[in-house]
Design a protein around this ligand. Structure first.
Ligand code: KG4
Ligand code: ZN
Length: 341
């Protein structure tokens, strides 16, 4: 089975060819990603209209490059898969219409894939990870703890009540005048700072369950920055380190609560999404897993943020699990929960 995946839900236009090999190392034949970061950087966030236009400009080129790199022709592809949601509607439309057009012209099956399902199955693309597992999905738009029983069988245990963790990194980075996207910048400058300089109160201390909240931390960061007379580079580095420190501590506390809410008490813990690239978070989650005798899995850094290999792989997983292809009249879904996959 050879699948062409297309991803265009946010600010990356990506196309990938993935095969159903037993050896994880041989699965990804190509994974071409055209990042729009340079377009959005000067605004400090993604501008949906610019994103949609750039996806439309780039998608043909990116698909052609992915086929060339995989050394295959479009006729060799068995399934065309595209992100159907959640995400920005303009970009989703570009990817879905392109994928459906290819499917109709070549008379191939088409699959609309949930972007979050792509992220949450990525570790299985790279390693032999058995179900069930406890999942932390943390990206720019989502923050979810879920119990993953099998393909298409997901139970949400908790989620953010306001901002996603990635969004809070991006906003605090913008406050500090760091480059966009903010998450990698916070990680980089945190290395130069003192994590104990600024104090934060742990969010949701009296709330049971494993929901999360990051917007109060963001406000607390802003208030502490505003109190400074003149903001020096060292102040910025200290804030980056202190903010990353409390976010990582909070997430690690919540994952422990999430674990106790699982039905299956799984042996495996998986982190996915753009923020899964954060070194300090990975280290802290690994430590939690080691202390509790659990296996910890995180995707390689190159597959944490948005890419089409995860979309192609989700199509392979769904096909193998017996799910049917999508009808060609299926619509994009800017909002689409993993419980409706
Ligand atoms: O999954 P993703 O590429 O896109 C969405 O689906 O949202 O995640 C992007 C998010 C951004 O907020 C970015 O700042 C954050 O992931 N991110 C990081 C790191 N790398 C990316 N956050 C913290 N540390 C990182 N190293
Ligand atoms: Zn994503």
């Amino acid at each position: 089975m050879k699948v062409l995946g297309i991803e265009s839900s946010c600010d990356e236009t990506s196309a990938s060819v993935v095969i159903d090999s037993k050896d994880p190392e041989k699965r990804i034949l190509s994974n071409v990603i055209n990042s729009q970061i340079h377009i959005h950087a000067e605004y400090g966030g993604v501008i949906p209209e610019f994103a949609a236009r750039n996806h439309a400009d780039m998608i043909d080129k990116v698909i052609k490059e992915s086929l060339d790199k995989a050394n295959c022709k479009i006729q060799d592809i068995d399934i065309i898969a595209a992100t159907g949601g959640p995400g920005l509607i303009g970009g989703l439309l570009v990817g879905m219409v392109t994928a459906k057009t290819i499917a109709v012209m070549l008379d191939k099956p088409f699959m609309a894939i949930n972007h979050l399902e792509g992220h949450l199955l990525t570790t299985r693309l790279c390693y032999d990870v058995e179900f069930p597992y406890l999942l932390l999905l943390t990206s720019g738009g989502h923050f979810i703890f879920a119990e993953v029983f099998g393909v298409g069988n997901y139970k949400v245990l908790g989620e953010t009540l306001d901002d996603a963790a990635g969004e809070s990194f991006d906003k605090v980075a913008k406050m500090l005048g760091f480059e966009y996207p903010g998450g990698p910048a916070i990680q980089k400058y945190a290395e130069l700072g003192n994590p104990n300089r600024f104090e934060f109160t742990m969010p949701l201390q009296r709330r049971s369950g494993c929901d999360a909240s990051f917007s109060g931390l963001k406000t607390a960061a802003r208030l502490q920055i505003e109190k400074l007379e003149k903001v020096t580079d060292q102040d910025k580095y200290d804030m980056a380190a202190s903010f990353q420190g409390i976010v990582v501590k909070f997430i690690t506390r919540q994952i422990e609560k999430a674990y106790h809410m699982t039905e299956s008490l799984p042996k495996n813990v998986v982190v996915a999404g753009g923020v899964a690239a954060n070194k300090s978070l990975r280290e802290s989650l690994l430590k939690f897993c080691q202390e509790n005798n659990l296996n910890f899995f995180a995707p390689p850094l190159s597959l944490c943020s948005d890419n089409a290999a995860m979309i192609a792989w989700a199509a392979i997983e769904r096909k193998k699990a017996g799910f049917s292809y999508s009808d060609l009249d299926i619509q994009t879904r800017p909002r689409w929960s993993i419980t409706e996959c």
